[in-house]
Design a protein around this ligand. Structure first.
Ligand code: SAM
Length: 237
């Protein structure tokens, strides 16, 4: 039923404006009040951010490069991008997330002794489906997990239409092993499982990209005990 109409999106927005905001702000933060699982997810996610920054900077400096960070969350990628001199447009469906990202950017991007502060990213509360404009690079990390493949196809096509040179996506890969783990998880739902998690087969993501004329150039896989992400960099075919 979640694939019909805008149901999923409203559930996701509501989650990330409320309990999901509290949960993920903690996971993506630096405080000690996280449990073992949350700490593991924090570590895995920080590797995804690190690998994304490597993928981006390997192709040359980011100074002046326009980057759209779609579904920016608390700004874990937005801020390092700005530090590298990228012209960042960061947006998220959740107003709470955007406010937090903006607050952290103001704290972390302030000029140090005598240094010139990096340009502030432009922050906007917007779902990625309604983003427009053109960017050199579009990045969307750990957002597709909230949507079934039927919706992800359209999201991927839209993100590709905004990108001139590259699109970087991360998603939870639908492999036998992880699928099994997830099914076991569904048998024993914990209190923190407020939203459904959708896994995506790499072949399906690749097909969605190729339908709009894009191909995968680089792939990465990030795994910790409780965090799994496939990272792909796509370019026009
Ligand atoms: N990309 C960030 C990162 O990696 O640090 C945040 C990842 S967090 C797991 C997922 C984020 O996607 C949340 O902040 C959520 O509000 C946002 N989100 C979910 N659906 C979205 C949509 N349709 N458009 C824009 N943002 C969305």
């Amino acid at each position: 039923a979640e694939e019909v109409g805008g149901g999923d999106k409203e559930v996701v927005r509501n989650y990330f404006d409320n309990s999901g905001f509290q949960r993920w702000k903690k996971i993506y933060g630096e405080t000690d009040d996280v449990n073992k699982v949350q700490l593991d997810i924090r570590l895995g996610h920080s590797k995804t951010v690190e690998n994304t920054m490597k993928m981006l900077t390997n192709e040359g400096p980011l100074t002046g490069v326009t980057v759209c960070d779609a579904g920016c969350g608390t700004g874990c990628l937005t801020i390092p991008l700005a530090k590298e001199g990228a012209v960042v447009s960061a947006s998220d469906i959740s107003a709470a997330m955007v406010a937090e990202a903006e607050k952290q950017a103001k704290e972390q991007l302030a000029a140090g002794n005598g240094e010139i502060a990096p340009a502030m990213p432009k922050f906007e509360v917007k779902d990625l489906e309604s983003l427009d404009g053109k960017y050199d690079t579009v990045v969307c990390l750990d957002v597709l997990i909230h949507y079934p493949q039927s919706k992800a196809d359209g999201m991927i096509a839209h993100l590709a239409s905004l990108a001139e040179n590259r699109l970087i996506l991360s998603f939870a890969p639908k492999t036998f092993y992880y699928d099994l783990l997830k099914r076991i998880g569904e048998l024993f739902p914990g209190p923190s499982k407020a939203t459904r998690a959708y896994l995506h087969a790499e072949a399906d993501v690749e097909r969605a990209l190729s339908k709009v004329g894009w191909k995968i150039r680089k792939r990465g896989l990030i795994t910790t005990q409780f965090y799994f992400a496939r990272l792909v960099e796509a370019v026009p075919a």
